[in-house]
Design a protein around this ligand. Structure first.
Ligand code: ADP
Length: 481
């Protein structure tokens, strides 16, 4: 048996703010359990739903020293779900509140504590991992601790580490003095070739320097982040470590996202009867949203965090011109106030064309995926992107910018060859985006047969975890030897 330990700050179904949670929730279940014993360490947030927390099983507690902060309480709880063992690190000072993240300074301290605690509990629970698979900056210090403060302890010898970057934009940066003092890490590792980053300390960078392997969530993004435009200041390090860097695409959970069985949608459908099925979903949603009920009008949607990353400045730029064409535009998202207000404004002034749901609602998301004809995703960068994968599965044609995982998962429509699953444009340019939207509208209205074939190809594409899990398994094997 090969022992694999995941360390992460989010995991479906316990706690989710983004795609990271989907990955950490789905991947352990998808690995071959006859070969890998996979366990997951998470924070015991008090905002995890009570239906799970009430079933957590208390194991023990101890006190762990944390730099200048002295001895700190570490509780250990465990819970088994779908054959995977989860450990939750308990400390109410750090993990209470109604959401996992908040004040950055406090988050830094929180995840310094979490990373060290994750290593400290291993001898206590009696689990010796062959590989610790760390996710994002919140677990970035795990490889650093392992190669410094934990090095003298023979229990930790032979453990290999992987860090997966789900979004390079978030790095966990604070001043060196504070992070050194909280962590108790030796001062001599806060140098530009290790944890130092533009005079500050960078927790993700620490993980990237000390981990045996670095992965990210698509092949294209793995290439892009070695360039200054996408590298967020770490492209030099990534170039230096390119031999240890690879991209493995995320999948989506095909049980949760299945239009044939999804209980959240109005009418279930498959690749065989999607035309009827999607029309029924669309008219029901139009009714719900107060849009004119018409199965024949093209519905374009966005289901997304409303931030710059998602290309909303492009959308803002051409919104008026887009709305002058024969479409309905449906938005579900929260984020920056200026984008939230922009969509509220358009909903108010163009009631016949725009619906804006400015909140987070999973059920509504499923309904929109089932109802839409196209899903727009003009991201400035996109490590993998799950939205377009869900859209494909539900027969909504993705219209995307060719970057990161979008480029790797959406094959551009080619009318001569009769191939492709969506539409894409190259440059981060609003007019280029608008042109491709117009082209999609043209195919939709003037060549519905071709459009439907494209839907069919998209629905048949396989982005389940099966393939990705195989790649992670191969990576684990190559490290364990
Ligand atoms: P990111 O992780 O950068 O936010 P992804 O495309 O990888 O983007 O994942 C976003 C996930 O969150 C998708 O499953 C999408 O459906 C979901 N989502 C985004 N915004 C909302 C919302 N307002 N309500 C419900 N689900 C949402």
């Amino acid at each position: 048996m090969k022992n694999i330990l995941f360390v992460a700050s989010e995991c479906v179904p316990f706690i989710k703010t983004g795609g990271l949670a989907d990955v950490v929730g789905a991947l352990p279940k998808s690995l071959d359990r006859t070969e890998f014993d996979v366990r997951v360490i998470l924070p015991d947030y008090t905002c995890i739903p009570e239906k799970y927390r009430s079933q957590f099983h208390y194991i023990t507690n101890f006190y762990m020293d944390l730099g200048s902060l002295g001895n700190i309480y570490v509780g250990i709880l465990s819970f088994e779900l779908d054959g995977v063992t989860y450990y939750f690190i308990d400390n109410e000072h750090y993990f209470s509140g109604d959401k996992p993240y908040g004040d950055m300074r406090f988050d830094i301290e929180k995840f310094c504590f979490f990373s060290k605690a994750a290593l400290s509990i291993l001898p206590v629970i009696g689990f010796h991992p062959d590989i610790i698979h760390c996710h994002d900056w919140q677990a970035g210090l795990v490889p650093v601790y392992l190669h410094t403060l934990f090095k003298p302890n023979p229990f930790y010898h032979g453990i290999r580490t992987i860090i997966t970057i789900h979004n390079l934009r978030f790095q966990g940066i604070w001043d060196i003095k504070t992070i050194q003092s909280i962590t108790g890490l030796p001062l001599d590792i806060f140098t530009p070739d290790r944890l130092e980053f533009q005079k500050d300390a960078n927790m993700l960078k620490g993980g990237m320097v000390y981990a045996d392997r670095i992965t990210t969530v698509s092949g294209t993004y793995a290439g892009e982040i070695q360039m200054p435009y996408y590298g967020e200041g770490l492209d030099g390090l990534l170039r230096a470590r390119h031999d240890s860097l690879s991209g493995i695409l995320n999948g989506i959970d095909y049980d949760i996202y299945n239009p044939q069985t999804d209980p959240k949608i109005e009418k279930n459908y498959s690749v065989k009867d999607f035309r009827k099925g999607k029309a029924a979903n669309k008219t029901k949603l139009q009714e719900e949203l107060g849009l004119p009920v018409n199965p024949d009008v093209m519905m374009i949607s966005m289901i997304t965090r409303l931030t710059d990353q998602k290309g909303l400045d492009l959308v803002a730029w051409v919104m008026e011109r887009m709305l002058d064409t024969e479409i309905q535009f449906v938005v579900l998202g929260t984020g920056d106030a200026n984008y939230e207000n922009m969509f509220r404004h358009y909903e108010w002034t163009r009631k016949d064309k725009v619906s804006a749901s400015i909140y987070f609602n999973d059920e509504r998301a499923h309904k929109i995926y089932a109802s839409s004809d196209a899903v727009l995703m003009p991201s400035s960068f996109e490590p993998c992107g799950l939205t377009q994968l869900i859209a494909l599965r539900y027969g909504s044609v993705p219209i995307v910018r060719e970057t990161g995982g979008l480029r790797d998962t959406v094959e551009p429509y080619n009318r001569f060859a009769g191939t492709g699953t969506g539409f894409s444009f190259t440059n981060y340019n609003a007019d280029e985006m608008l042109n491709i939207i117009f082209y999609a509208e043209q195919v939709y209205y003037d060549n519905r047969k071709e459009w439907d074939k494209m839907v069919e190809r998209g629905m048949k594409a396989d982005f389940s975890w099966k393939n990705s899990a195989k790649e992670y398994e191969a990576l684990y094997r190559s490290l364990i030897g």
